[in-house]
Design a binder for this molecule. Structure first.
Ligand SMILES: NC(=O)c1ccc[n+]([C@@H]2O[C@H](COP(=O)([O-])OP(=O)(O)OC[C@H]3O[C@@H](n4cnc5c(N)ncnc54)[C@H](O)[C@@H]3O)[C@@H](O)[C@H]2O)c1
Length: 274
């Protein structure tokens, strides 16, 4: 397959859906996709959380389709794809960005919250991917699915992150299975594994009385680049995976983590003696 390098990193004429696009990483990716030429549909839980992303997409001269919808609700997912059909008539890129976190000791994790985390995260991502698959195959020119996973899906975090990590680990295998099954349709499926990302929500947690400042030292000791990521630093990798620049890339789990997963838990990025 010969790909024109002029098309690398361009998303002109493409339609993307970003779940959880009202804030954080999803908002940054939705806005970034528009800057690279895509029209962008996105969903979030409430009407109030949609306005900023709509304005940001439109400021790039692209069309925005804001939708209320919960990825934990299969009916909402079906309704959102129908709205994309009526507004854009196609979908080329899906970003499964929504995740849910419930922290509990493993031995005490309530079943209802366990089911909720997996329903919102991995089941929601699978159902969105199914909806996207039918449209992408009918369109006949492939597509790109990007799952926003986490370093937690590749190595355990502890500290009550059981359901979160299991959800992201399942998302990683969803990525690989769909990549293998759908490669013949030209649908590429990849995942991004961020380290801790300084979203507004994350900053609120850092500022809250429940946050133990010692935890920041733990985060940084695991990140050779010695800082947290920003939401905007997820955009370049997402544009790469969405565009022709990655035309031979599928089934990959791409850490965007400042070197976190390269570092052995017993290693360190600073010398222990001066
Ligand atoms: N922030 C981090 O440190 C970090 C690190 C690694 C991975 N991630 C992953 O990145 C993704 C985005 O995280 P973020 O930090 O940007 O979150 P965020 O809370 O800043 O934004 C998430 C958005 O999704 C919306 N949302 C939540 N549940 C939803 C649902 N069921 N249906 C539709 N929308 C929903 C929220 O209202 C919010 O607007 C998540 O999957 C998360 O696990 C985040």
């Amino acid at each position: 397959m010969v790909v024109d390098p002029a098309s690398f990193f361009r998303l002109d004429g493409k339609v993307a859906l970003v779940t959880g696009g009202g804030a954080g990483i999803g908002q940054a990716i939705a806005t970034g996709f528009a800057a690279f030429g895509a029209d962008v549909a996105f969903c979030d839980l409430t009407e109030a959380s949609l306005g900023d992303t709509k304005a940001a997409v439109e400021a790039q001269g692209r069309r925005a389709l804001p939708m209320t919808g919960d990825t934990g609700n299969p009916d909402d997912i079906a309704r959102m794809f129908e709205a994309i059909d009526s507004t854009f008539g196609r979908v080329d890129i899906l970003v499964n960005n929504v995740g849910a976190t419930k922290r509990h000791r493993p031995e005490e994790h309530p079943l209802d919250e366990w089911n909720q985390v997996l329903a919102i995260g991995v089941t929601g991502a699978m159902l969105c991917a199914q909806q996207a698959f039918h449209r992408m195959t009918a369109q006949g020119d492939g597509g790109s699915i990007i799952n926003i996973s986490s370093i937690a899906g590749a190595a355990a975090l502890g500290r009550g992150n059981l359901s979160h990590s299991v959800n992201k680990g399942a998302l990683n295998m969803l990525t690989k299975e769909l990549a293998v099954e759908w490669a013949k349709h030209g649908i590429r499926v990849n995942a991004i594994l961020p380290c801790q990302v300084l979203t507004k929500g994350f900053q609120r947690w850092l500022d809250s009385p429940t946050f133990d400042p010692a935890l920041m030292d733990r985060f940084l000791s695991g990140i050779p680049m010695n800082r947290l990521a920003t939401p905007e630093e997820m955009v370049g990798p997402a544009v790469f995976l969405a565009s022709n620049a990655s035309s031979m890339v599928t089934g990959t789990l791409l850490p965007v983590d400042g070197g976190n997963l390269a570092l052995n838990a017993g290693g360190s990025h600073t010398w222990l003696t001066a």
